[in-house]
Design a protein around this ligand. Structure first.
Ligand code: PEP
Length: 254
């Protein structure tokens, strides 16, 4: 089964209403490959979700950057999966390394969140990735497999999951993984899915790369056989995000 190229833009905790409107205008005016060839999902902060939903072109979609692990209630400051569904937000990013590291979200907790969000009808961009120390000690695959397994343990249907491999050492650092490094981990992750979930899920699950992706470095990464797109942080706030979306055409030609 062909895997449609996927480009996510994680705006993180950035922007004013005016800045957000400017970014959306740039996206709306851009000429990009058709939605048959690339799925584009932008992820504004919670407070701008409705604004972006109102203004954004219909061929692009929206993700929240997080949601609560269970049904809402007395959880001050949290936003539930049900609320996102109620607002018409189809996607959520879960397990981002910034939340794993700064807010101590464990593999188990992320697995629970993914399972609950899927049950509520959200589609999930689930992030995994190793730290520099883990990479240097040769533990990359062990770490990303454990993070993936914690999701596998809780979900039975992978059709609404996009797996984002985001090495922590590459996020926001300008130190992008080489295309060979990304391909190596993506191919190992696909093999993990093959051996643990099944050949169909392995063949159809999009595994996207995140970590200092830019307009300049996306082209070579996009041609790697197991790189099915990108999750983009810093560059998703800039016009070069359009170049990254356009790299979908290189994939078709690869
Ligand atoms: C991210 O936060 O998901 C990310 C990949 O950030 P950046 O592109 O800025 O490294």
């Amino acid at each position: 089964m062909a895997r449609k190229f996927f480009v996510g833009g994680n705006w993180k905790c950035n922007g004013t209403a005016e800045e957000v409107k400017k970014i959306v205008t740039t996206l709306n005016e851009a000429e990009v490959p058709s939605e048959d060839d690339v799925e584009v999902v932008v992820s504004p902060p919670f407070v701008f979700l409705t604004l972006v939903k109102t203004l954004l072109r219909p061929d692009f979609s929206i993700a929240a950057q997080n949601c609560w692990v269970r049904k809402g209630g007395a959880f001050t400051g949290e936003v539930s999966a049900e609320m996102l569904i109620n607002l018409g937000i189809p996607w959520v990013i879960l397990g981002h390394s910034e939340r794993r590291q700064l807010l101590n979200e464990s593999d188990d907790f992320v697995g629970d969140k993914v399972a609950y969000a899927l049950i509520q009808g959200l589609k999930v961009i689930a992030c995994v990735g190793e730290t520099l120390e883990q990479r240097e000690s040769g533990a990359t695959m062990k770490v990303v497999a454990a993070q993936t397994e914690a999701i596998f343990d809780k979900v039975s249907n992978w059709s609404n999951i996009v797996l984002a491999y985001e090495p922590v050492w590459a996020i926001g650092t300008g130190k992008v993984a080489t295309p060979a490094q990304a391909q190596e981990v993506h191919s190992e992750l696909r093999k993990w899915l093959h051996d643990n979930v099944g050949p169909e899920v392995a063949a159809s699950t999009r595994i996207i790369y995140g970590g200092s992706v830019s307009g300049a470095n996306c082209k070579e990464l996009a041609t790697k056989p197991d790189v099915d797109g990108f999750l983009v942080g810093g560059a998703s706030l800039k016009p070069e995000f359009i170049e990254i979306i356009k790299s979908a055409t290189l994939k078709q030609n690869a």
